[in-house]
Design a protein around this ligand. Structure first.
Ligand code: AMP
Ligand code: ZN
Ligand code: FE
Ligand code: FE
Length: 301
């Protein structure tokens, strides 16, 4: 394990360190290969990137190789899909052990469930539009965690909608007639599992999609299960949600992050549009024991 996480005086006085702890590659529903994502991040002046593909670690090795090549630090992560009743809740897991059997099993189950769910959405859409499952496979990286963005890309390829965002605003909308949810664990169970895998659980964009995770009894249970941090600066958290998250963070001394949730070309989110303070990254590195960050000397000497 890496021992040295404190910033030298040189680092503090040199240019600000830019840290983006929430990004997606085409190992899930981003549009770029993990290595390309790292190269683009370096070219955009980022110093630290966490790769947090949905329910998979498949992108880690490509990202790690590129991180070393271009001289950027990589924090390996996952964005774990969970569900509270009908509401989707996302939990970021930083530095998990990628070989942890229970974590692997849950991720495999969620990815399988996502495929079945996407097939059902496509079957429903096929009644009204010329769309097939082969169209979805044609726009997906083999083995990628399948989501609505892949269906959106297939709709775009067929000329049915002009863009991913227009697809999400219309036929793929969560309250639209074609929507089908997918199976995923309860957030409290997921947080326990993430912690057991040596990772640092951080609630992703807690203010989005109905903000059920901000409900106080729910949030209290998540903290008791091991929730270690909250993503506050994220474009889907409005002012009210940020205030509530900041209150919770003070009350339980939680790690606070800011991130882009970059998905490449498919979403307007820009790399580094929100960033995390180095002190908060240090807390994550100290708490995470499942795997090592890659190339941390570029930041921490
Ligand atoms: P799903 O997890 O399959 O329900 O799909 C939701 C995912 O699509 C979330 O992770 C979003 O970040 C992602 N997504 C990618 N591009 C877009 C977009 N243009 N609009 C909305 N969500 C998007
Ligand atoms: Zn996504
Ligand atoms: Fe998310
Ligand atoms: Fe995300």
């Amino acid at each position: 394990m890496m021992q040295h996480h404190s910033l030298s005086e040189h680092d503090r006085t040199a240019k600000a360190i830019r840290i983006d702890l929430h990004t997606h590659s085409n190992a899930s529903d981003g549009t770029q290969p993990p290595g390309e994502l790292m190269r683009v991040a370096k070219a955009n002046g980022l110093d630290v990137i966490a790769l947090t593909d949905h329910d998979t670690t498949a992108g880690w090795s490509d990202a790690a190789q590129a991180a070393v090549e271009v001289g950027i630090m990589l924090v390996p992560g996952i964005e774990v899909s969970t569900k509270l009743g009908p509401a989707s809740v996302h939990v970021l897991a930083y530095l998990p052990d990628p070989e942890h059997p229970a974590l692997i099993e849950v991720m495999e189950r969620v990815r399988q469930g996502r495929v079945h769910r996407a097939e059902r959405i496509v079957a429903a859409l096929a009644a009204d539009f010329p769309l097939t499952w082969e169209d979805v496979l044609a726009v997906s990286e083999p083995g990628a965690t399948i989501g609505r963005p892949h269906i959106a890309d297939a709709l775009v390829a067929r000329g049915i909608v002009p863009s991913r965002s227009e697809a999400f605003a219309s036929v793929l909308h969560v309250r639209g007639k074609y929507y089908v949810p997918h199976e995923s664990p309860h957030p409290v169970d997921a947080i326990e599992l993430i912690a057991a895998a040596g990772a640092v659980p951080v609630l992703a964009h807690g203010g989005s999609r109905g903000a059920v995770a901000l409900n106080e009894p729910v949030f209290t249970k998540m903290v008791a299960a091991g929730l270690a941090g909250v993503e506050i600066r994220h474009r889907e958290n409005d002012a009210h949600a940020r205030e509530q998250l900041a209150n919770y963070a003070r009350r339980w001394d939680l790690i606070v992050t800011g991130s882009s949730d970059y998905h490449g070309a498919g979403k307007p989110n820009e790399l580094g549009e929100n960033t995390t303070d180095p002190e908060q990254l240090t807390r994550i590195l100290q708490a995470g024991t499942g795997t090592d960050a890659v190339n941390s000397t570029v930041v921490f000497g």
